[in-house]
Design a protein around this ligand. Structure first.
Ligand SMILES: *Cc1c(COP(=O)(O)O)cnc(C)c1O
Length: 354
């Protein structure tokens, strides 16, 4: 791809990099020096800019604040073994952002605008990509309505932005989760497949209730029967039952995770049977009590793989067997890490150099 869009760059005169210890970062609290921003107005995207990271002004009547036209993505860039920086499946994030935009009546972002903005930004802040094993640069692209108008209708104006945060390896403490059979994260026909801000807001109270009971997160079930597994917290859920990799099939209520997609691809590459279908809480509990549920884990960009140690169901807690070093979740996590750092062959062309 040739760089065709002129991106106006205003460099910071006060880099904060020297103040940051890239080996000890609290997730999501440290932001790189610059951010990318482009306005949508008069039916088209205007001139893109890269400016120093900082606060911005919005109208109190901003329609994203009132009616929730706000979507985002989460992705990562990795320091490569041979030097340089590469992104993991960025076009998948671009396509998903546009799927979310369509669902929320927001304008699509052209591929060149997304990719060039992303690459320029990361090149400019390349020194913020941590080198330590397991570390990466977390990237947050997002779009929101900017009309200062409180009538209920899709906004005429929007802002698309990208900022980045250096992050360290996520400590995957084995999770205690419980089936949620009262509240729902999303319903068939809703916007659960979109990475829309409101999906997160609505999930916080039920998650807080579970945390107060000593669980880390919920295993969401379907909205109509509260029987079938949807997701685990804000991650997709994957189970290993009797040597088969089993995961809920995608639907309008489940977010199509890129980590999920990648894990299933590796399982298929390794010749494991993969089943994308309905998975009921009863099936999981039956397999667990019969010793056939070998592994359960959440998958997502932030944590990659978050193993589940305990599942709460109808007031009782059930422990999974402890996973050994040969467990699928361990092997797939190591394989993804090796592809992302450039140490392993990237046979699916997932990595894109910046
Ligand atoms: C982002 C997200 C995921 C994980 O998607 P990845 O592309 O793997 O990061 C899963 N579920 C929900 C609800 C999400 O918002």
């Amino acid at each position: 791809m040739i760089d065709i869009l002129p991106i106006r760059i205003q460099r910071t005169t006060a880099s904060r990099l020297a103040e940051v210890d890239l080996d000890h970062i609290e997730f999501g609290k440290v932001f790189s020096d610059h951010m990318f921003a482009v306005e949508y107005r008069d039916g088209e995207w205007q001139e893109p800019q890269i400016v120093p990271y900082g606060d911005m002004a919005v109208s109190p009547a901003n329609s994203a604040l009132h009616y929730g036209q706000a979507i985002f993505e989460g992705m990562k860039a990795y320091q490569q073994a041979d030097g340089g920086v590469a992104l993991f499946r960025p076009l998948d994030n671009w396509a998903r952002l546009n799927a979310s935009a369509e669902r929320m009546c927001m304008p699509a972002i052209p591929e060149e605008l997304f990719m060039q903005g992303l690459k320029e930004l990361i090149r400019l802040d390349a020194k913020w990509v941590p080198a330590k094993e397991g570390s990466s640069l977390y990237i947050r692209p997002f779009m929101f309505a900017t009309d200062g108008f409180i009538g209920v209708r899709p906004s005429d104006t929007y802002r698309f932005m990208i900022f980045t945060c250096p992050v360290n390896a996520y400590y995957n403490k084995p999770l205690r989760v419980r089936f949620e059979q009262k509240y729902v994260r999303s319903a068939e026909g809703g916007a659960g497949f979109a990475k829309a801000a409101g999906n997160y807001g609505g999930a916080m109270m039920p998650s807080k209730l579970a945390q107060d009971e000593g669980y880390h997160q919920l295993l969401w079930t379907d909205a109509s029967e509260h029987q079938y597994v949807e997701e685990s917290g804000t991650m997709n859920a994957i189970f290993v039952i009797d040597g088969r990799v089993v995961t809920p099939a995608l639907s309008t209520s489940i977010l199509d995770g890129i980590t999920r997609r990648s894990v299933l691809q590796l399982a298929r590459d390794w010749g494991m049977p993969v089943e994308e279908r309905k998975v009921s809480s009863l099936e999981i509990m039956d397999a667990l009590t019969k010793g056939k549920l070998h592994e359960a884990f959440g998958v997502g960009t932030a944590a990659t793989i978050a193993p589940i140690a305990t599942i709460g169901f109808e007031g009782h807690d059930y422990d999974l067997p402890t996973v050994g070093p040969d467990a699928f979740s361990k092997r797939v996590s190591a394989a993804l890490e090796a592809i992302r750092s450039g140490e392993a062959t990237d046979s699916h062309s997932w990595m894109v150099k910046v």
